[in-house]
Each structure stands twice: as structure tokens, then as C-alpha cells.
Design a protein around this ligand. Structure first.
Ligand code: SF4
Ligand code: SF4
Length: 309
């Protein structure tokens, strides 16, 4: 039996995904041009991996030659912080409060793929969770999960933008979802709120200026021009999403336990940073996305922030 959209919707729900949609596999010509222009302007900063596989990013047949469709999945990670009133400290981006989403989503997406294979043994599938040369946000948009906000995140009108995106490439035709129109309208709150002016035009982020990049992927020192502008973020940045009216109105709590703050990781107090050594870093963040910054990266940012006035 061949798989169909209804079965996949059911499986996605069982796997804990709030959002699922289907897009016809096609060449992403306009998006490819946008990517090249973004790279040309060096907006990818030190993320050299973005320069690789641009052909695969625009033509997913180079990843899976038989591909017919992309299944786009969204998993809400919005949870409440637990250490709001604790001693003062540095901020962490909400997506990193709990267990690493790669681990959490991988388990669930694997379940979906295995179930699809049980229904349809000839199905060929490749999945990605924010890794690999796939333009997840573009596929999420095409699959009707939402529209791309001016801050470049996908916004769903029912739950806002606090969700992770995963993609499954499959060699089956499905019932395709309708794209959602852009509902940002004349709003510019995210652009106005960004403390480092990293949103250089609608949906275009200059990573060289983005606190998220500066605190996570960036391997070098943080430049002096960002003194006093980091708003105490030591890992990532949520400012443009926090101010978005769609999040203010429609964020709903995630039911996924693993995304709730682990080890108090919704904040790192000043004392905790001062006392942290590499052993404690490895212990505390062993299953957290924060380990991506490495001990040296976290300490670099902490030192920068501590001289931040
Ligand atoms: S994540 Fe922060 S620094 Fe980056 S664009 Fe959004 S508000 Fe600006
Ligand atoms: S803050 Fe306004 S402009 Fe920015 S993404 Fe949200 S709705 Fe769009």
C-alpha cells in the first residue's frame, strides 16, 4: 500500500508534532538566487558550511533522486522559564532551555519514517532535523506551516514561531498543502527591537551582527561595536521573536517534557558562570544545545558581557 497524507498526519500527531504539511518537490530557483546573494554579501559570517552544497539546497533531487514530495513538520517548544526570580544572570535562548532538540526530534521523526516504511515498504525517505543541505524554512513555507516573518522565522497563525522544523524527503506524491500568505503587514517590531540592527531587510539577517551567531557559531572574539547591545544574552537571542505580536498573542505551551528547562538552563546566574569550569560545563550541558558553544565560547561571551557597560 502506498502512503498518503492522512496517514502521515496521524503519524505526525502521534510523534508529537503540532504542525505538518506537504510540498511538491521542485527546484528552488528564487530561493537559490537569494541564498547566493546572501552569501555574496558575506551575511553568513564564519559559517562556511553555508557555502557548500548550494546545488543540493536548491535541487533536492541531488540528495534523493526519486524525491516527489517534502513532508514538513513543526514541533512547538514554547515553555515557561523557571528561574525568572532567581539571582541575576545571563539569558539563554528559549530553544536551548531543555534537552537538545536534535535528539528529541530525531527519535520521533525516526518513528514516523519507520511507520511509513511499514505501510509502504518501497517508500524512500531521507529526513533532516536542522542539519543537512535542505532549506527547512522554505519547505515549511511551501508546505503551509506558516509564512516567513521579517525576522526570517516561520510564523504559524495558531502557535506563533516557537517551533522547530524538520523535513522528510519522500519518493511519493502526496496531497499538497496550500501556502499561507504573509501576515506581517506593516509591522516592523522585530526590526525595530533588534539591538544590533541585524535584520538588514525583510527576511534577511546579517549573521555578523546577530547575537545568536555571535554567541554560538562565532569562533572569534566579539567585536567592540556590540558592547552594551547584547542584552545579557550569553547563548542565542530571542528578542525579535519575543516582540512579535503573533507570539505575544498565540504562543501555547509545548506538551513535550524534554523542552522544559533542564538543570536550570533557562538562565545562568553570574555566580554559576564565575564558578564554572570545563567539568561542570560538560556535566551541566551534556544533553543541551548549549554544548555547541563549547566551554571556551561560553566563557568568551561571559567575559565580554561582564565588561559590557
Ligand atoms: S536573534 Fe537577536 S540579534 Fe538576531 S536578528 Fe533577532 S533580535 Fe536581532
Ligand atoms: S514582529 Fe511584526 S514584522 Fe516581525 S515577524 Fe512578527 S509580525 Fe512580522
Amino acid at each position: 500500500m502506498s502512503i498518503n497524507s492522512q496517514i502521515i498526519r496521524e503519524l505526525a500527531k502521534q510523534g508529537g508534532f503540532q504542525l505538518v504539511g506537504f510540498a511538491k518537490a521542485e527546484i528552488l530557483k528564487a530561493e537559490h538566487d537569494n541564498l547566493l546573494s546572501w552569501l555574496d554579501q558575506k551575511y553568513h559570517a564564519g559559517m562556511q558550511y553555508m557555502e557548500r552544497n548550494t546545488d543540493k539546497r536548491s535541487d533536492i533531487r541531488k540528495i534523493l533522486p526519486s524525491v516527489k514530495s517534502v513532508i514538513s513538520l513543526g514541533m512547538n517548544y514554547y515553555t515557561k522559564n523557571i528561574t525568572e526570580n532567581k539571582k541575576p544572570g545571563y539569558k539563554i535562548s528559549r530553544y536551548a532551555w531543555g534537552k537538545d532538540y536534535h535528539i528529541v526530534i530525531q527519535e520521533r521523526i525516526k518513528f514516523i519514517c519507520e511507520e511509513i516504511k511499514k505501510n509502504d515498504p518501497e517508500a524512500e525517505l531521507i529526513y533532516y532535523v536542522d542539519t543537512g543541505p535542505v532549506m527547512d524554512k522554505v519547505w515549511a513555507k511551501k508546505a503551509g506551516l506558516g509564512w516567513m516573518g521579517k525576522h526570517s522565522n516561520i510564523i504559524n497563525r495558531k502557535i506563533g514561531s516557537w517551533f522547530f522544523i524538520a523535513s522528510i524527503l519522500v519518493n511519493r506524491e502526496l496531497e499538497y498543502s496550500e501556502e499561507v500568505g504573509d501576515l506581517c503587514g506593516s509591522c516592523t517590531r522585530c526590526i525595530d527591537a533588534c539591538p544590533t540592527n541585524a535584520i538588514v531587510s525583510d527576511q534577511v539577517i546579517d549573521s555578523n551582527k546577530c547575537i545568536s551567531y555571535l554567541t554560538i557559531e562565532n569562533k572569534g572574539e566579539i567585536r567592540w561595536e556590540f558592547k552594551g547591545k547584547m542584552e545579557d544574552y550569553i547563548f542565542g537571542c530571542d528578542i525579535c521573536q519575543d516582540v512579535c505580536p503573533w507570539n505575544i498573542k498565540f504562543s501555547t505551551l509545548s506538551g513535550i517534557e524534554e523542552f522544559k528547562p533542564v538543570n536550570g538552563n533557562d538562565k545562568i546566574t553570574f555566580d554559576e558562570v564565575n564558578e564554572m569550569d570545563i567539568t561542570e560545563f560538560n556535566r551541566r550541558f551534556s544533553e543541551s544545545p548549549i554544548k555547541r558553544a563549547k566551554f571556551s565560547g561560553l566563557m568568551r561571551t561571559a567575559i565580554f558581557l561582564s565588561n559590557n557597560q
